[in-house]
Design a binder for this molecule. Structure first.
Ligand SMILES: Nc1nc2c(ncn2[C@@H]2O[C@H](COP(=O)(O)OP(=O)(O)OP(=O)(O)O)[C@@H](O)[C@H]2O)c(=O)[nH]1
Ligand SMILES: [Mg+2]
Length: 190
């Protein structure tokens, strides 16, 4: 996938009143809410486990508007994930790079979510969070452990980041440009 320059897209999206819908899933403690509020306020905020969801209106660095849904990831809440998936333009799945023990559970949850009909063909941004922690699994290592089953039917990218320090988040938003473009192509050819 080539990197796409989005500098001209802000007014384009404004004119067409397109606001992309991004849904962020992942196990509890993965760092989804920390990430949401880091993107919203540019600082690390204290969070508590999300029961239900949080939602914010955001813009990429070049001004493309999007709505980001952050859905609680505790096991008892995962049955509700499908309710949030309708009209999703891009799925963000957050992995805790320090939690090797629960990686199989996280990948299983990802597979299950991707099996939902609303997500057919939807681009996926996988975020390997908590990269600033010494000993955290590198994105390349996580990539090797991914089951490619359901991902096969999706354009996807994997990036490392730290919601705590902000490291890699701007780059991740840049990557959104790539998956965005694919989604636009999908929308425009429907
Ligand atoms: N070291 C480190 N800790 C992080 C990072 N991101 C989040 N955390 C911590 O991980 C814990 C859980 O973060 P949350 O953002 O609440 O996790 P969540 O994915 O929203 O969890 P649920 O709402 O239960 O689904 C908190 O103690 C955060 O401070 C990170 O990048 N690095
Ligand atoms: Mg949360």
């Amino acid at each position: 996938m080539s990197f796409i320059d989005f500098s001209g897209w802000s007014s384009f999206h404004e004119t067409l009143k397109i606001v992309f819908v991004l849904v962020m899933l992942g196990l509890d403690l993965a760092g989804k809410s920390t990430l949401l509020y880091r993107l919203k306020s540019s600082r690390a905020m204290e969070t508590c486990p999300t029961v239900g969801f949080n939602v914010e209106s955001l813009r990429t660095p070049c001004g493309v508007p999007f709505t980001l849904w952050d859905v609680g990831g505790q096991s008892s809440l995962r049955a509700s994930w499908p309710h949030y998936l309708e009209d999703t333009n891009i799925l963000i799945f957050v992995l805790d790079s320090t939690d090797m023990a629960r990686l199989p559970e996280a990948l299983e949850a990802l597979e299950e979510a991707l099996g939902h009909p609303s997500l057919a063909g939807v681009p996926v941004l996988l975020l390997a969070n908590k990269q600033e922690v010494p000993g955290a699994m590198a994105p390349a290592e996580l990539g090797q452990r991914l089951q490619r089953g359901q991902l096969m039917g999706h354009p996807w990218v994997l990036r490392g980041c730290s919601a705590l320090t902000g490291q890699g988040l701007q780059e991740a938003l840049g990557v959104l440009g790539e998956v965005w473009d694919l989604q636009y192509i999908k929308l425009s050819t429907d």
